[in-house]
Ligand binder design. Structure first.
Ligand SMILES: [Zn+2]
Length: 269
């Protein structure tokens, strides 16, 4: 099966994983910067709040994204991401999404149908987890810090505890993020990573004085170690730093203002 497919719905371009589409109980998708109403430097489909543009425009974009996915509920549950490992479970559908916007965390999970959950990224690795047996989903933001702290491992464990998830049933979709050859973290940071995170060593590569870190590879290894089947881990092999027309990239902007893409998953009602 092809690893990803691109959909365009009323100018809004989204990316889906066919193997996840085949799980009939969920809707999922990864946004791009194509479509939407944002102006430079957020043009045109910024889905991240409080980044310096009018949040009303972000709300419009979020509606367009949900509409493009056919997810129905435009009230997407997002949280304030902090590069940690805190996981927020949405367990009461009566608490609206807006109440969670200031909650800190880097992963959301739920077993409630009709509740779209999303994480925001611009180079970091987004991971969607789907348990089609116990009917539960998670959205994970795995940047450098989260990956080194093994956030995805924590999320799989929490799904086991909260939903009775068997890891071998889990499907994972690893969305667009920065690839290793575009991610030179520099000598000082590489040395620090080597010293503090032994498990990251196989994913650090030194070449001509550059020190590349493979975030996708790290998360893939963690998913396998957590008990997922290789055949259930699907990668969107697109690099956010390379594809400027399609994705926001924090690194390409050298830390300047840019928008955020969203990775969304929702259990169908
Ligand atoms: Zn690249």
């Amino acid at each position: 099966m092809k690893h990803h497919k691109v959909r365009v719905s009323e100018d809004v371009k989204t990316i889906a994983v066919p193997a996840i589409d085949a799980v009939n109980s969920v809707i999922h998708g990864f946004s791009t910067r194509v479509g939407g109403v944002s102006a430079e430097p957020f043009s045109a489909m910024n889905l991240g709040l409080n980044l310096g543009e009018d949040n009303d425009l972000v709300e419009i974009n979020r509606c367009l994204f949900v509409k493009a996915l056919g997810a129905g509920n435009p009230d997407i549950y997002t949280i304030r991401q902090t590069h940690g490992t805190r996981i927020v479970q949405i367990d009461d559908a009566k608490i609206p999404a807006v109440e969670y916007r200031q909650a800190q965390g880097d992963a959301l999970m739920t077993n409630l149908p009709g509740i779209p959950i999303g994480v925001l990224t611009a180079d970091c690795v987004p991971i969607l987890l789907i348990d089609p047996v116990q009917r539960a989903v998670a959205a994970v933001h795995a940047g450098r810090q989260g990956s080194l702290l093994r956030i995805v491992t924590h999320v799989v464990r929490r799904m086991q505890d909260a939903f009775g998830t068997e890891p071998e049933h889990l499907r994972a979709a690893v969305g667009p993020g920065i690839e290793a050859r575009c991610y030179d973290i520099g000598e000082t940071l590489a040395a620090d990573v080597r010293e503090r995170f032994a498990h990251a060593e196989p994913f650090l590569q030194e070449e001509d004085g550059a020190h590349y870190l493979d975030l996708r590879g790290m998360n893939h290894a963690d998913l396998v170690a957590a008990g997922l089947r290789e055949a259930h881990i699907h990668h969107v092999n697109l690099c956010t730093a390379c594809e400027a027309q399609t994705f926001y990239s924090y690194r390409r902007r050298r830390g300047g203002q840019t928008g955020r893409m969203m990775s969304l998953v929702m259990l169908k009602e």
